[in-house]
Design a binder for this molecule. Structure first.
Ligand SMILES: [Zn+2]
Length: 320
């Protein structure tokens, strides 16, 4: 298809998608005003969106916030994309915070003016604009609250220079997670200031079992088995049965810090364990102690699997 024709048709699809989003927001507004959700058996319009219509919590939250400002946006501006769900939600959130801070309702005119200022702005531009507009609400307090026994949520304001450092560290560490960057940075700083404390710092990476997120991250970072023959420099690069290995084993005091984790295939994980603990010890985990043709490997929780099972699906080289 011709590129321009394709682009024109795609523009139509985007417009229809914006129209649909607008319609959903109108519906949410109507449901909230008429309190239909009560009749329908839900505790709130959020509940109705999440449980009945399968929105995620954040998606429901964004739409409810945005729907409350919808009356201030001409439908045409929404369908054209001059104002979108994201930027409208940003305004709504700021308005709510500002009203909470001052204890006064913002006038319709003031809200209208804000909404017109964000037309054709990206969400980053909108964020900056709102920060300039409401300096008191957008700066200041750090909040740190517990989400569960293992996790907390930190909300803080970063000057542009600090944010640039964070983004650079994400690149260098190959992660999208600010929490991972913070943990690495905290560990590095603690090592410098309080060497003894760094080793026992209670962070995610010091948790007893390896969090699933961290496990996935290590495997995604490596993509293939990282085992390298120290003599020839040959790297395994297998993509089968990838596992996360503690370079210094936990039994020997190894931590869950990124620097102590690597991705190995099952075969090299076992090999590494043998190097650490000796072959006799690791043989206890094998059902076939001196394998000739087939091997079985320790399986977590389920216990060893039979060698025959593996012989049919996999063929390993001789275990020397
Ligand atoms: Zn390997």
């Amino acid at each position: 298809m011709d590129a321009h024709k394709f682009d024109a048709e795609f523009a139509q699809d985007v417009r229809r998608s914006n129209e649909a989003t607008h319609k959903v927001l109108v519906g949410i507004q109507a449901c909230e005003r008429a309190r239909h959700f009560v009749v329908l058996g839900f505790g709130s319009v959020y509940d109705w969106l999440i449980k009945r219509h399968k929105f995620s919590e954040s998606a429901a939250h964004r739409r409810v916030q945005a729907s409350r400002l919808l009356a201030l946006v001409p439908e045409e501006k929404f369908t054209r994309g001059d104002v979108n769900l994201t930027t409208l939600t940003q305004v709504a959130t700021s308005v709510r915070k500002e009203e909470k801070r001052t204890g006064q309702r913002m006038t319709k005119e003031a809200k209208q003016e804000l909404v017109s200022k964000i037309e054709r702005k990206t969400s980053a531009q909108t964020e900056q604009l709102l920060a300039a507009q409401f300096p008191e609400t957008s700066t200041g307090k750090d909040t740190l609250r517990s989400l569960s026994a293992d996790e907390s949520r930190l909300t803080t304001d970063l000057p542009q220079a600090t944010r640039a450092k964070l983004e650079r560290l994400k690149e260098l560490l190959g992660t999208q997670s600010s929490a991972e960057v913070l943990d690495e940075a905290f560990t590095a700083l603690l090592k410098q200031l309080e060497p003894a404390l760094a080793e026992t710092a209670p962070c995610e990476t010091a948790a007893k079992s390896l969090p699933q997120k961290l496990r996935r991250y290590i495997i995604q970072r490596a993509k293939t088995c990282e085992y390298v023959d120290p003599v020839t420099g040959q790297r395994c690069n297998s993509t089968h049965n990838l596992q996360v290995d503690h370079i210094v084993p936990k039994a020997k005091g190894g931590t869950n810090q990124l620097s102590n984790l690597r991705c190995l295939c099952r075969l090299h994980n076992l090999h590494a364990a043998e190097l650490e603990f000796g072959r006799a010890h690791m043989n206890k985990f094998r059902t076939v102690r001196e394998p000739t043709k087939s091997y079985s490997w320790p399986q977590k929780e389920k216990g060893p699997v039979s060698g025959a099972l593996y012989a049919s699906s996999r063929s390993f080289g001789r275990w020397a």
